[in-house]
Write a protein of this length. Structure first.
Lengths: 138, 560
């Protein structure tokens, strides 16, 4: 038992030295033997490789789909915000018109009349008395 | 025991499948090559929308920034009648908000249309109330509406926008191309819910919004003019009236009004006659308000001075006809200044005879009569100064006091502005600036010509001040301010070429403060009920407008 373990371990120790061809063939045969013993045939390896490839493509596709969906969702969100902006602008324009209506001199004049205010017949002028000339005293 | 399929049958089935496969392959090949374009168009038409994006029409503001006209998207109510479950119930709930009967709404819903407007451009409150009803099958879409916050104020300056979005009359008409802008285009793909696909096709050309305009109009003065003109019209039961207020320093129109008037937001209800701007599109024989120009021409030609005297006998004979003063008055020995103070027709004839027809004709043209002033509004009339060759000898006399000549109130105001500013005739204008993506572009005033010298203009100013202080135009005086002015009572020509006996046009033209004029005003009343006394009402209107204008301009009094 110990001897056989020593035989299996021998190729690892010799890896740093050049080997003859018959030694390499012996190694591949050894590997197949190991694979047979562990149950991993070429079919399994191919299946795993293809599955990995499909899974990779699937993940890529999902990533792309997620990105596209996110862009689309952002697009709809942008549209919603744009509509909101337009509505705010519309309300602002209506308020500006309302402000202008309230500021209209004709409306203010009419309101003043309703309150009983009377338009001045003449423009009042305040005549200022000239300031007395004073001299500084110490 | 098993049945075996004969090889022959198998071959037939194979051939059938092979043929079907071949046919399908050919069909697929056709759609992928020759028919590809049609297929693509059909598919994209289902998801693509090609829309014209309307440009926002420019706003109009007065010289101080007050909003005069703007475009706001209002909500229009539409219905898909097949989706409205109960027409009668919907009609009953909508009718009070729409201000109509439920029968009318029901009839509209039952009309059989697939899609229809129930009411376009609703007031905001009504739209909100309808939205709260949550009636299935109803919806809103926005439509632009031109709004004028000051209602009828400035209607003839502004004009209006018709249902096709085209500006007509006033500034809206004259500057339609600038105000309208350039529409854009938007091509997008949409999902079944009519939302734009964020990652779909999108081609957009942004609209270029219309240019905003800033007018020379002062809303406060405009309101005062319209208020006083309306009061004068109602007092005199006049058939029409107009008024113009100019800044004599550059020809900027501060206010312009015409009666009857209209609401630019509801033109469909307006009387077609009310659409005419009588300040720019209507001509009349100005009467005595023309005398200052006859005298200005004579002063400029040095054939008379303000102190030149003549003997007023009440009438003057010219071309074999006798032309008399109003009410047959006789003033005796009078100066040229007193011709304006008394508004003496005989005196105007005396001055015109000194001047001569050729010179008078030349000066009238120099003051801008008989030609369009070039104001930036639509539909301006040129007035009428007949060619000199068509003048009869008597025309020299009648035209000297404003008969046999036709002018617009705006022309008269521009000519008075030339006397007020020292002798320069400016082209009247109403758009002070326009603002677009490149910034603000201000309008440069245009000095057309100098009809009289500054000395002549100064002399006329003094004579017109005397006319208000001592003469017939005293009703136009304003306390603490110097005012220059002249009244006019013109006869109205009838269809047979004579003058009507019982109808007049009363007017007043003047400026203030006379020593440093800041505005010129012309007020005209057509067919006032008090006939010859219509000028008194016109002067009252002038005085009230002048007070408001002087107050608004915050000018210091130039008299104690």
């Amino acid at each position: 038992m110990i001897a056989s373990q020593a035989v299996r371990a021998a190729p690892v120790r010799r890896a740093v030295h050049p080997r003859p061809r018959h030694a390499a063939r012996a190694t591949r045969r050894g590997a197949r033997a190991v694979a047979r013993r562990s149950g991993t045939t070429w079919e399994v390896r191919t299946f795993v490789a293809v599955s990995a490839a499909i899974a990779f493509v699937f993940v890529l596709a999902m990533l792309y789909l997620a990105q596209t969906t996110a862009v689309s969702a952002r697009g709809y969100e942008a549209q919603r915000l744009e509509q909101s902006l337009n509505e705010t602008r519309r309300q602002n324009a209506l308020l500006e018109v309302e402000n202008a209506r309230l500021d209209a001199p004709a409306r203010i004049d009419a309101e003043a009349r309703k309150m009983g205010l009377v338009r001045l017949a003449t423009i009042p002028v305040v005549q200022l008395e000239p300031l007395p000339v004073t001299t500084a005293k110490r | 025991m098993t049945e075996t399929v004969s090889p022959r049958r198998l071959r037939v089935v194979f051939v059938l499948f092979a043929c079907a496969t071949l046919l399908l392959s050919l069909r697929v090949g056709y759609w992928q090559t020759i028919g590809r374009v049609d297929l693509l168009e059909g598919a994209t038409d289902q998801v693509r929308s090609d829309l014209v994006v309307a440009a926002q029409r420019g706003a109009v503001r007065d010289r101080n920034g007050a909003l005069l006209a703007t475009t706001v998207p209002l909500l229009s109510l539409y219905a898909l009648p097949k989706r409205v479950a109960d027409h009668a119930d919907a009609a009953a709930r909508l009718a009070p908000i729409l201000g109509t009967t439920s029968e009318a709404v029901r009839a509209t819903l039952d009309s059989g249309a697939e899609w229809l407007y129930l009411r376009r451009r609703l007031p905001e409150e009504s739209a909100k109330a309808i939205e709260l009803l949550r009636i299935a099958g109803l919806g809103f879409e926005t439509e632009p509406k031109r709004l004028y916050p000051n209602d009828t104020v400035g209607a003839h300056v502004l004009g209006f926008v018709n249902d096709d979005g085209v500006g007509q009359y006033g500034v809206e008409g004259a500057y339609d191309a600038l105000l309208r802008g350039v529409p854009g285009r938007l091509v997008v793909e949409r999902d079944p819910r009519d939302r734009e696909l964020a990652i779909g096709l999108r081609t957009a050309r942004a609209p270029v919004n219309g240019t905003d305009l800033t007018l020379t109009i002062d809303l406060v003065i405009q309101t005062a003019l319209e208020r006083e003109l309306k009061a004068a019209m109602e007092k005199e039961k006049a058939t029409g009236g107009s008024g113009v207020i100019l800044d004599p320093r550059d020809g900027a129109i501060l206010a312009l009004a015409s009666y009857p008037t209209y609401d630019p937001s509801a033109v469909a209800k307006a009387d077609p006659q009310s659409l005419m701007d009588r300040a720019t599109s209507w001509t009349y024989e100005p009467g005595s308000t023309m005398k200052p120009f006859t005298i200005a021409a004579a002063l400029d030609q040095h054939v008379v001075t303000p102190n030149t005297t003549y003997v007023d006998k009440g009438c003057a004979v010219i071309g074999g006809r006798q032309l008399c003063n109003a009410l047959g008055k006789v003033y005796g020995t009078s100066t040229v200044t007193q011709i304006l103070e008394h508004s003496a027709n005989a005196g105007a004839v005396f001055v015109a005879q000194k001047l001569g027809a050729e010179q008078l004709h030349a000066y009238l043209e120099a003051f801008g009569f008989g030609a369009k002033s070039g104001v930036d509004l639509t539909g301006e009339a040129a007035g009428d100064v007949r060619p000199l060759a068509e003048w009869y000898p008597v025309d020299l006399g009648t035209i000297a006091f404003g008969q046999g000549i036709a002018a617009t109130p705006l022309q008269l105001a521009a000519a008075y502005a030339a006397l007020a500013n020292g002798g320069t005739l400016y082209r009247p204008y109403v758009v002070a600036a326009r603002r677009d993506a490149d910034g603000e572009h201000r309008t440069a005033p245009v000095a057309v010509r100098r009809p009289v010298s500054p000395e002549t203009a100064a002399a006329l100013r003094a004579m017109l001040i005397a006319s208000v202080d001592n003469g017939i135009a005293s009703g136009a005086s304003v306390a603490h301010f110097s005012v220059a002015g002249k009244t006019g009572t013109a006869q109205i020509p009838s269809d047979d070429g004579r003058y009507l006996d019982d109808a007049y046009i009363s007017s007043v033209a003047g400026f203030a403060p006379a020593n440093d004029p800041r505005f010129v005003a012309v007020i005209v009343l057509e067919r006032p009920q008090s006939k010859l006394l219509g000028t008194v009402t016109a002067m009252t209107a002038f005085r009230n407008i002048a007070q408001d204008a002087l107050r608004s301009m915050r000018l210091q009094p130039d008299r104690p």
